[in-house]
Every structure is written in structure tokens, then in C-alpha cells.
Design a protein around this ligand. Structure first.
Ligand code: ADP
Length: 325
């Protein structure tokens, strides 16, 4: 049985319905991504017990926690907004809700501060902390309650990019040290790719796909997942294979260009689209992202060099072109 099992969980708002089923293994670092308004925060609020569902169950390690009180669920939470108590110093904030017995609290606080990289911060006033430090304290405070699952709702979105990168690595390192199960909502695909064991994609209140970043990027099962995990091209399959339904999807890096005419017979491992027109070339650092027209369909192809001709053949690696409906 999975560690955390969410079965047909429902929440109905006026203009929105969440309807989610999901399994999470013990110790899994699951990142949840999806467009704004797809239900990511609602899902976390239901798991935490901040909202009550209209149907379905949440089972944690074999126990149904659907109607348990927030404090009895064994679930911790870190939010985007800094929700520390401003009148208490760092140590008092961390001790709030701490499980450890009184005599061990100081030591436990010190250990937690060291875990989040803030040794010696105990006596500091919370209001004197930078945004990054405040998020580290929030993390320590959530961990002090010894939750079995830690939920993080866009914890880094208020921070600037370099800080986000360093704290996301710290969060992953803490995950690895403690082996704690984490559900981490982010709007940043790169962040999810970087730190997750697995990714859940949500859209319109539903769980669309779940898998490792690599699985979802390389073998998406639907076009929404394909485009949400990175750039790519979808063209009707009939353009290439007679009578085949659905769309062919490929990533920009799975195609190459030939500026000379190509005999398709000589390239059996490629799909050859001849007479394609280059419309734009954007420098990406590692090369050029080319916008190409093929019989009225837009293609996106990455090329290490800038082509000199306007009319080219696009050669897509056959085995990487996915047939997706
Ligand atoms: P996400 O986190 O993916 O951006 P949310 O879970 O915050 O999405 O919101 C999903 C949808 O549910 C949105 O359309 C939002 O307006 C709606 N919603 C969230 N909370 C409430 C509420 N308390 N009352 C009514 N609608 C809500």
C-alpha cells in the first residue's frame, strides 16, 4: 500500500471542481506543477486539513486522516508568505509546536537551525531576518513538529533567482538527510526538474500525469504534459504516416537540419520533412532556436549553428517522435 493515498478527493467551489487521486511513496519528493488556478493549493489545503473535502479519502500510512484535526494529521506545512510570529525570536518560533520534551528543546532547536544552515540564529528577532532566512526558519519550525509528510506551497516564489536556487538545493538536501516525504508546489518547471523524484502535473482540477521529470519530458502521454514539461512541436501524424491518427510530437533537440536536399531513402532512422522554410532564429546560448514553417505547420528545431539557407530539410529522429492523441 502506498504511504499517502488520495482517493477520488473532491472539492467543489462555485466555478471550480477539484477531483484528484494520487499515490505517494514514503520518502518521495513529489513536485506539483500546473497552470495558475489548476488546483495545486487546494489539493495541499485538503491534505493539510485547512479545507474539508466534499468527497473522497486521504489515507496516510494505512490510517484514514480525512476528518482528523489539523494537529493530529502528522502533516507539516510551509507557505509562500512568511508566517512566523513576529513577537517571538527564532528559537521560540521553532519551539512552537515542537514535539521534543522540554529538556531537549534547546538542543533540538540548535540541530534544526544547523540543518537549515542557520547556526547561532536562535536569539535573533524574526523581523531582522532576510526573506531567505525567514523561509529557512519556517522550514525548521515545520520540521520541529516531526511531521510524516511536509507540504510546501511555492515556498520560494517571493525570493530572487539566485537565492531560490540555493534554498531549493538546501530543501532537497534536508529531504535526503531526513528521508521525509515532501509534496512541493511550484510554478517553476526548472525547479521541479531539479529537485524532484517525481512530478505531478495538474490541469483544471485534475491530476493529468505523474512520473519522473525524465519520463514526463521524454515520454509524455498527452499533449498537455508534453508542452507543459518543455518546448516542442506537434504536427498531424497523417503528414508523415498515412492513416495514422493523432499528432506526432518531438522536442527541438530531436531534430536536425540539412541545408542540402535529402534523399529520405538514405536516412531510414529519420522522418524527413523537405522544403521547410526558416522563419526565425533566436540565439539561446547553446545554439539557435529556429521557428520553421512546414506546409503551414509551425516547427521548433534547435540547431547548434545558424543556417545560411532559408529553405531546409528537417530530419526528426523517428524513435523520438511520439504519437500522442
Ligand atoms: P493553484 O494553486 O493551482 O493556482 P488554487 O488551488 O489556488 O489553484 O485554485 C483553484 C481554483 O479554485 C481557482 O479557480 C480558485 O479561484 C478556486 N478557489 C480556491 N479557493 C477558493 C475558495 N475558498 N472559494 C472559492 N473558490 C476558490
Amino acid at each position: 500500500m502506498p504511504f499517502l493515498e488520495i482517493n477520488d478527493l473532491e472539492k467543489v467551489y462555485k466555478d471550480f471542481t477539484l477531483s484528484a487521486s494520487l499515490s505517494v511513496e514514503e520518502g518521495e519528493m513529489l513536485c506539483i506543477i500546473g497552470p495558475s488556478g489548476s488546483g495545486k493549493s487546494t489539493l495541499l489545503s485538503l491534505i493539510a486539513g485547512l479545507e474539508s473535502p466534499d468527497g473522497g479519502t486521504i489515507v496516510l500510512d494505512g490510517t484514514d486522516i480525512t476528518s482528523k484535526r489539523i494537529q493530529e494529521r502528522g502533516i507539516g506545512m510551509v507557505f509562500q508568505d512568511f508566517t512566523l510570529f513576529p513577537s517571538m525570536n527564532v528559537q521560540k518560533n521553532i519551539e512552537f509546536g515542537m514535539k521534543a520534551p522540554k529538556g531537549e528543546r534547546k538542543k533540538t532547536t540548535e540541530a534544526l537551525l544547523s540543518l537549515v544552515g542557520l547556526e547561532g540564529y536562535g536569539k535573533r528577532s524574526v523581523t531582522s531576518l532576510s526573506g531567505g532566512e525567514a523561509q529557512r526558519v519556517q522550514l525548521a519550525r515545520a520540521l520541529a513538529a516531526e511531521p510524516r509528510v511536509l507540504l510546501l506551497d511555492e515556498p520560494l516564489s517571493a525570493l530572487d533567482a539566485p537565492l531560490r536556487k540555493s534554498i531549493r538545493s538546501a530543501i532537497r538536501a534536508i529531504h535526503d538527510t531526513l528521508g521525509i516525504t515532501m509534496l512541493y508546489v511550484t510554478h517553476d518547471r526548472e525547479e521541479a526538474f531539479a529537485i524532484s523524484d517525481s512530478i505531478l502535473i495538474m490541469n483544471g482540477g485534475k491530476c493529468v500525469a505523474k512520473g519522473s521529470a525524465e519520463e514526463l519530458y521524454r515520454h509524455p502521454k498527452d499533449l498537455f504534459t508534453a508542452f507543459f514539461t518543455g518546448e516542442g512541436t506537434a504536427i498531424p501524424a497523417t503528414l508523415v504516416y498515412e492513416g495514422m491518427d493523432g499528432m506526432l510530437f518531438f522536442r527541438p533537440e530531436d531534430a536536425i537540419l540539412s541545408e542540402e536536399p535529402v534523399d529520405p531513402e538514405m536516412y531510414p532512422v529519420h522522418i524527413v520533412l523537405g522544403g521547410a522554410e526558416i522563419l526565425s532564429a533566436e540565439f539561446t546560448g547553446s545554439g539557435y532556436m529556429l521557428g520553421i514553417d512546414y506546409q503551414g505547420y509551425p516547427l521548433l528545431v534547435h540547431s547548434a549553428t545558424k543556417p545560411r539557407r532559408r529553405t531546409v530539410s528537417v530530419m526528426i529522429l523517428r524513435e523520438s517522435a511520439l504519437n500522442i492523441s
